[in-house]
Design a binder for this molecule. Structure first.
Ligand SMILES: NC(=O)C1=CN([C@@H]2O[C@H](COP(=O)(O)OP(=O)(O)OC[C@H]3O[C@@H](n4cnc5c(N)ncnc54)[C@H](OP(=O)(O)O)[C@@H]3O)[C@@H](O)[C@H]2O)C=CC1
Ligand SMILES: O=C1O[C@H](COP(=O)(O)O)[C@@H](O)[C@H](O)[C@H]1O
Length: 513
């Protein structure tokens, strides 16, 4: 079927946000939709309809959806926002009764007639418990035969392999795979989208991206805040299901996969599935779990202090796990995935640590391992840590870097929000950054056995202080999987301009000892 957008050159959809009264809709979905509208990425004819059970009148709804939109006093933003809100309406109804969906259908038809739109994009910003009833209600009452239907589904897609298969089967009975867009918002992040380009369009990386040169890969997600208020949802899932099984594993597949046959969505997703198939299940002896306690100074609460968390919960708020890819490229190279809440820093990064030089002159005391670091957030950057001669009369070495910091290199460009990227992809029908059923199946296969052991309390959970680096056994854990911390006192990015001077100072301080 041809989209009305394809006919006119720009996609035109009625976008229906289910769960429009919720947190995600307010903080991410509506601001992203407005961002696309403001910058002309979606047609000015686009209509937005919110749907949820909460009864609210239109002014309340419009107030709610504009709450997180920024710079609304700037004249252009204000004008566009007025237009965006003018084209947005709200319908209240249940998730399990046809009457609500029939009222929604009437509203969709009204705006379609008014704006001459034929295509529909349904965004399910809903808890997973209502995914299937809603998908059913939409199919029965709001599925158009005059244009395209697309359905964006939020994570989590199940709790384990079995529940995910049940969910996929139920969705698959209602919608074709090309109509389903399972969102993992990390796939919309600029630096995650950059991984394929970095790998497959630079000869320098292509030739050393393997076990001959790489010792280990660290993929790290750190958040400073705890679960604050989201404890009810979080406690059921834990950090491994919340972040590692989806966001971090997606990054791993992009780092680990072979070059896809083409840039076509199916070829990319085939390559991702292939690498996942080569990964054995995670084993409990290669997992480290933690839960945050109070901060050391007692000012920040423990996970268990959160009123929304069940008393005595053993749910992990920190997890580290080792993954192995059993194929000729990666045999023997551990991939360590780490994620945690209530830590000392807010940071997501990929760290590819190369092997030792292994020569007699520049042995590892003077030539530490190279590392390629992809900083996903904040301060997007790619930097390569490398050993240089320390400027001066001697032959001392210093760790420095080739640094591509986006803030200084791309001064007149902005990094788009992940949700803007992905909603636009769904509008234009680009599925490569959405999760396919077989990909999801493989992801759950890798995690399910260990998750079941964790659920049964068979994996110990170490308490770590709020605001710390995580469980105290973490350094030992990463060392076990090949990671070597640099002896030299190197840090990025604050010191990138002054690292040489600092190193000179450090060396001369050493020589005075
Ligand atoms: N919030 C976030 O930052 C993120 C959320 N997500 C995912 O997005 C989805 C939505 O998340 P979020 O907006 O935080 O969720 P909310 O808890 O805010 O739920 C969204 C809406 O769904 C309805 N709802 C809530 N609980 C139930 C229930 N038990 N039964 C039926 N309806 C219910 C409510 O609307 P009403 O009562 O008006 O019908 C609510 O406003 C989830 O799948 C979540 O995992 C993913 C990434 C980040
Ligand atoms: O999906 C989730 O992601 C957020 C982190 O997203 P980010 O874009 O801010 O990095 C995490 O806080 C949340 O627990 C999880 O559900």
């Amino acid at each position: 079927m041809t989209s009305s957008a394809e006919n006119s050159g720009q996609p035109v959809f009625t976008i229906i946000v289910l769960g429009a009264s919720g947190d995600l809709a307010k903080k991410k979905t509506f601001p992203a939709l407005f961002g696309l509208f403001l910058h002309g990425h979606i047609s000015p004819k686009t209509r937005i309809i919110g749907y949820a059970r909460t009864k609210m009148d239109r002014p309340d709804f419009l107030k709610r959806i504009s709450q997180h939109i920024k710079n609304t006093t700037a004249p252009k933003v204000k004008t566009m926002l007025d237009q965006f809100l003018d084209q947005s309406t709200y319908v209240s109804g249940a998730y399990d009764q046809d009457s609500g969906f029939l009222a929604l259908e009437q509203e969709i038809q009204r705006v379609e007639r008014e704006a001459k739109i034929y295509d529909r994009l349904f965004y399910m910003a809903l808890p997973p418990s209502v995914f299937i009833p809603v998908a059913n209600g939409l199919k029965r009452n709001c599925y158009t035969t005059k244009g395209i239907n697309r359905l964006i589904v939020e994570k989590p897609f199940g709790m384990d392999l079995e529940s995910s298969r049940t969910l996929s089967k139920a969705l698959g009975a209602l919608y074709r795979e090309d109509e389903i867009y399972r969102i993992d918002h990390y796939l919309g992040k600029e630096m995650v989208k950059n991984i394929m380009i970095l790998r497959f369009s630079n000869q320098i990386f292509g030739s050393c991206w393997n076990k001959d040169h790489i010792s280990n890969v660290q993929i790290t997600f750190r958040e400073k805040i705890g679960t604050e208020g989201r404890g009810g949802y979080f406690d059921e899932f834990g950090i491994m299901r919340d972040v590692m099984q989806n966001h971090l594993l997606q990054i791993l597949t992009l780092i680990g996969m072979e070059a896809p046959r083409s840039s076509n969505a199916e070829d990319i997703r085939d390559a991702k599935v292939n690498v996942l198939r080569a990964i054995p299940e995670v084993i409990e002896s290669e997992v480290l779990l933690g839960q945050y306690g109070k901060s050391e100074d007692g000012t920040m609460p423990s996970y268990l202090d959160d009123d929304t968390v069940p008393k005595g919960s053993k749910t992990a708020t920190f997890a580290a796990a080792a993954f192995h890819i059993n194929n000729p490229r990666w045999e023997g190279v551990p991939f360590v995935l780490k994620c945690g809440k209530a830590l000392d820093q807010q940071k997501v990064e990929i760290r590819i640590q190369f092997k030792d030089m292994g020569n007699a002159i520049f042995h590892k005391d003077v030539a530490a391992r190279n590392e390629l670091v992809i900083r996903v957030q904040p301060q997007e950057a790619v930097y390569l840590k490398m050993t240089q001669k320390l400027p001066g009369l001697g032959m001392d070495t210093v760790m420095s870097e080739l640094d591509l910091s986006y803030a200084s290199r791309f001064t007149n460009l902005t990094v788009p929000d992940a949700y803007e990227n992905l909603i636009l992809d769904a509008i234009v029908g680009e599925q490569s950054n959405f999760v396919r059923t077989d990909e999801l199946d493989e992801a759950w296969r890798i995690f399910t056995p260990v998750l079941h052991k964790i659920d049964r309390g068979l994996v110990p959970v170490e308490i770590y202080p709020y605001g710390s680096r995580g469980p105290k056994h973490l350094p030992e854990f990463v060392t076990r999987f090949g990671f070597e911390r640099h002896a030299q006192n190197y840090s990025w990015p604050e010191t990138s301009q002054t690292s040489v001077a600092q190193a000179v100072a450090a060396l001369s301080a050493d020589s005075k000892l």
